[in-house]
Design a binder for this molecule. Sequence first.
Ligand code: ZN
Length: 161
Amino acid sequence: MAIRKIRVIGDPVLGKQCKPVVKMTENLKVLIEDMFDTMYEAKGVGLAAPQVGILRQICVVDVMDEDPIVLINPEVIESDGEQTDDEGCLSVPGKVAQVTRPNHVVVKSLDMDMNPVTYEGEGLKARAMLHEMDHLQGVLYGERANEPYRDLEEEDWEEEE
Ligand code: ZN
């Protein structure tokens, strides 16, 4: 169990394409555990491997109302609806921006034993999964936002609490 350093905007690793996982290894299991620890410590709802400097297609998501999930080589297989809301990112500290995304997605992934699994998400869970999956393509949410990054104001904090 360890907290890893979160890379922030400007770090070239955040703009790179991640490679698929071909085999689950002890190192990757440790990485995934560390990613959960790092996400919880930073009070995030998701974290992708490139955010801790590892260019592999792995993300963790925990929107707190359901079991935490690990996405390995994830792919969106269905999406519908639309939602527009403020989004933030642990790699873009102190900022938010409004992003429009599908409201519902079905994601194909592998589980920790490299068996196929699908996850369904609505609202925040769909948003979090899509946001983290963007990181695997080297995309930060600002590139999809409807506006430039804004400073996280006190009123935004109130909304989050
Ligand atoms: Zn992010």
